[in-house]
Design a protein around this ligand. Structure first.
Ligand code: GLU
Length: 445
């Protein structure tokens, strides 16, 4: 790493002790930025990096609620408003027991660059709670969401901060959150949240957008080598919203997705995952992947283990951070891997990314490859602002254009900085320069 950046990195790490995921995200970005600072000494003089690494505002709050037996429960809620240079803070809410400040900060930090790469006017933020929705009734989830919003409402707004979903937060949770926001503020402020239901201000394609976008980005990478998804064997990790829609899109492009996973195990379905059945099991019944295997002939369910033991030529990690390490990466490379598109945020460890890059595997980092979700959130905000709603075809065409544009921006930036095909460098520099220029222009903020 560039010596000037090393000193800044050390200060950032020391100022944020015990936040391993945030450290990882910062170090990965810093490793790309040396050449930018050679060309733009003004970024160093204005301390852009030091400012970028310090969130503009961090809110941590108590979320009291009662479970169905009447017992009082307490969770911790977060919203980190990271960067406001390009537009309102924008990013999802994650409800998962692993959530703590370090996770929210890593996600918020990544979101700054991701959102900049989309070309849409959105800043970076993220939030969530250490609440575990698994096994909770609808009524419990509603009471939790209402309590969470009873604090969060004072910090958000169409022009301020616009949360959305992430792991553990989907259409149901956004509905309860929006209902409570409306009730407290007495405002039908559609643009305050994205991922809303279609009859009350949501956008078509938003549920599909992250998974679809990941596949569109990966297809663009494959095209640089004169190939495509058609006829390929693909492995996807996860079986939530991102994974399901990545599977659907990859199969629509002619691939066979032979495996996907949840936190208990994985399924191998050589005929190709049955997306309709997977949606029924996961989204309607909120059941486990094991139930998918029980309901379909010829499917093997592997309890525990790693889905990355299944050979494929394209891997789409769509589960969670650090789910794919260097050992798994080496195994996939030996099995004939050609491309990786990150549907989740930071699913590959830094060592795994090195293994892929050293082996000449096309590697699309999450902040580029999974930007389709937040980009379509920005399209939802546009529709809300103009009190309009677009067709599926029009919205999907916009998403496709945006993903092709992000691919182009990353590829062109990597080329410009002398590392053609390095999408990590392209995404980090492409996103950074846009935010840094805006911060410079807006004075000491
Ligand atoms: N949570 C998603 C992400 O990681 C989407 C955020 C949004 O739509 O605001 O980008």
């Amino acid at each position: 790493m560039d010596a000037r950046l090393e000193a800044i990195r050390d200060t950032v790490l020391a100022r944020n002790p015990g936040e391993a995921e945030f450290h990882q995200a910062v170090v990965e970005v810093f490793e790309s930025l040396g050449p930018v600072h050679d060309r733009h000494p003004e970024f160093l003089e204005a301390a852009i990096l030091e400012r970028l690494c310090e969130p503009e505002r961090q809110i941590i709050f108590r979320v009291p609620w009662t479970d169905d037996s009447g017992r009082v429960r307490i969770n911790r809620g977060f919203r980190v408003e990271f960067n406001f240079a390009l537009g309102p803070y924008k990013g999802g809410l994650r409800f998962h027991p692993s959530v703590y400040l370090g996770i929210v900060k890593f996600l918020g930090f990544e979101q700054i660059f991701k959102n900049a790469l989309t070309g849409m006017p959105i800043g970076g933020g993220k939030g969530g709670a250490d609440f575990d929705p698994r096994g909770r009734s609808d009524a419990e989830v509603m009471r939790f969401c209402q309590s969470f919003m009873t604090e969060l409402y004072r910090h958000i707004g169409e022009y301020t901060d616009v949360p959305a979903g992430d792991i553990g937060v989907g259409g149901r949770e956004i509905g309860y959150l929006f209902g409570q926001y409306k009730r407290i503020t007495n405002r039908y402020e559609s643009g305050v949240l994205t991922g809303k239901g279609i009859s009350w201000g949501g956008s078509l394609v938003r549920p599909e957008a992250t998974g679809f976008g990941t596949v569109i980005f990966t297809e663009q990478m494959l095209r640089t080598r004169g190939t495509s998804f058609d006829g390929r064997r693909v492995v996807v990790s996860g079986s939530g919203n991102v994974a399901i829609n990545a599977i659907a899109k990859a199969q629509a492009l002619g691939a066979t997705v032979v495996a996907c996973s949840d936190s208990s195990g994985y399924v191998v379905d050589e005929a190709g995952i049955d997306v309709a059945l997977l949606r029924e099991v996961k989204e309607v019944q909120r059941a486990r992947l094991k139930d998918y295997a029980e309901r379909r002939a010829g499917v093997a369910y592997v309890d525990g283990g790693s889905v990355w033991d299944v050979d494929a030529s394209v891997a789409l990690p769509c589960a969670t951070q650090n789910e794919l390490d260097s050992g798994a990466a080496a195994r996939l490379v030996r099995g004939g891997l050609v491309a990786v598109g990150e549907g989740a945020n930071m699913p590959c460890t830094r060592a795994a990314v090195s293994v892929f890059q050293d082996a000449g595997v096309l590697f699309g980092p999450g902040k580029a490859a999974n930007a389709g979700g937040v980009a379509t959130s920005a399209l939802e905000m546009q529709q809300n602002a103009s009190r309009d709603s677009w067709t599926f075809e029009h919205t999907e065409a916009r998403l496709t254009d945006i993903m092709v544009g992000i691919h182009h921006r990353c590829a062109a930036t990597a080329e410009e900085y002398g590392e053609p095909g390095n999408y990590v460098l392209g995404a980090n520099i492409g996103g950074f320069v846009k935010v840094a220029d805006a911060m410079l222009a807006q004075g000491l903020i």
